[in-house]
Write a protein that binds this ligand. Sequence first.
Ligand SMILES: Nc1ccn([C@@H]2O[C@H](COP(=O)(O)OP(=O)(O)OP(=O)(O)O)[C@@H](O)[C@H]2O)c(=O)n1
Ligand SMILES: C[C@](O)(CO)[C@H](O)COP(=O)(O)O
Length: 249
Amino acid sequence: MSEYSAERLWLVVPAAGRGRRMGAGLPKQYLDLAGRPVLAHTLARLHQAFPAARLCLCLDPDDAHFDSAWVPFAQWRRSPGGAERVDSVRLALASIANEADDDDWVLVHDVARPCVRVDDLTRLHAALRQDPVGGLLATPVADTMKRDDGQGGVAHTEPRSGLWHAQTPQGFRYGLLCRALDEARMHGAAITDEASAVEALGLSPRLVPGRRDNIKITHPEDLALAGHILAAQREEPLSSPGHMHEETP
Ligand SMILES: Nc1ccn([C@@H]2O[C@H](COP(=O)(O)OP(=O)(O)OP(=O)(O)O)[C@@H](O)[C@H]2O)c(=O)n1
Ligand SMILES: C[C@](O)(CO)[C@H](O)COP(=O)(O)O
């Protein structure tokens, strides 16, 4: 790419999960949420924030529920899902290898997080572009944390100071993210998010304070909660405190 052109933004959306913990008749990304599938909400939020981005959507090759009418992006492709989330992300990165430059930014966002706010997405992107490593939306842990003893009792209380809940998007430059995920595979590391692969390189991804309503729909009760969150977000005046992000635990 020429030195005069801005680096491109790629969005990788892992959407090849089966939703086993949800236990519904179909994968959770296709469950109805306020009149539309979860997947359609998530893609709409991403598109509002980044209309010119290029989308790579990870879908199970046997997926019989997907409808391309839910994709608002002009430039998009589907890539096959893998056995685990990290495998889906790796396959997505491989599918754009001929077009992506090492300096391009890649934001990875779970399809199961449809309530992410547009201003958090743009704030994250702006923060990452100032950072040499990249980073993620996250919120400080607010509850007292217990370690179980393996038998239903409490072994001890974990200090929560300095603990954060990792959310998505998580964003890194293409070259760094590919290297981090390759290294993790070589070492057989179990990776549940992109940041942990980058951490394993000895780097420190930036924690960009997000908001607690960017929930991941995981269990059955989360779907109703997401519906309430979307309704509440629609009601919020732009200047309300609900739009403030958290800086400290
Ligand atoms: N092989 C996989 C597994 C997960 N995901 C995606 O990764 C995100 C986070 O995963 P999770 O919440 O665990 O979703 P599921 O795998 O669908 O749920 P479960 O673990 O309960 O089966 C979701 O957007 C999911 O679609 C994926 O693309 N490929
Ligand atoms: C990436 C993630 O959303 C960060 O919280 C999360 O780890 C993905 O879900 P999983 O249940 O760990 O696959």
